[in-house]
Design a protein around this ligand. Sequence first.
Ligand SMILES: [Fe+2]
Ligand SMILES: [Fe+2]
Length: 316
Amino acid sequence: MNFGKYTRIRLGTIPPNVLVPFDLYLKVGSHFVHYLRNGDQLSPEKKDQLIAKAADHFFILSVEFPRFKNFVNSLVTGSQLDTTEKASVLRESSMALVEELFESPHVERALIQSREVVDQFVSLMKQDAEAMGQLIGLSGHDFYTYNHSVDVSIYSLGLGQILGYQGDDLKIIGLGGLFHDIGKRNIPLSIICKQGPLEDNEWEEMKKHPEYGLAILMEQDIDERIKACCFEHHEAFLGGGYPRDIKGEEIHHMARIVSVADTYDALTTKRSYQDPMTPKAAIEFMRDRISHKFDPEVMKAMLEVLERMEESQEAS
Ligand SMILES: [Fe+2]
Ligand SMILES: [Fe+2]
């Protein structure tokens, strides 16, 4: 998030014992306080102290943002960190981007930057077979649209990979997952953050988010398949979905992928009024109770994604 002279970055993007090539600031009240000098390292003790104080952001000078991006890139592609640490830095840096995607008036800037994030997800997954499981294994904290968007992007990439997508096509799926709920920008926060089930009229409003999303993406020069992921992710394979109630092959294949990733993530993530399901319970629920919504091929691939996730968790 850009505050003029300063830009907010998440604490998790600065691992301990790594040379930091820019100055770090903390915000104390309304002041920015210099915390770490360019070229110094953050000690594990200092980092723990910050976490104990519930600090979750640093600030950097906005002019140093390109340096910050290179720093994240070199951590993710370099050999200083292990896969779990890389996945964690990447997730944290992508969260900041998605915050911007949902909050900033400059949606086009965030849309452009998100290509880099998906590129990084894809190259980490390529570099290391374990990485996909690690990225997914780090998900599932509180339910925020940001967190959800990043998680759906990662699951969609996993599904896409298993279903045979490669290269730019795979990246498009990652972006489709990242932007699928971008229409929620237009839904009042009183509905998005409501504790407990929605009233009928609130639900009607919430169900407009695929249309709002399409309208937002139509204003950008963006691949049609990404628009399809956004507009069709609540359609159901056997019909009965929204907004158009189309079915089967009429629904874009990539939207069918995002649909499975979306539901799985929503079921397994904690929401304020509902406990999360275990991965096994979520898959059984999707298979036994709401299977009409999903393309059976994609559901099969989801089982494989989960197997990989379990393997990577056992390995770590
Ligand atoms: Fe949605
Ligand atoms: Fe969603």
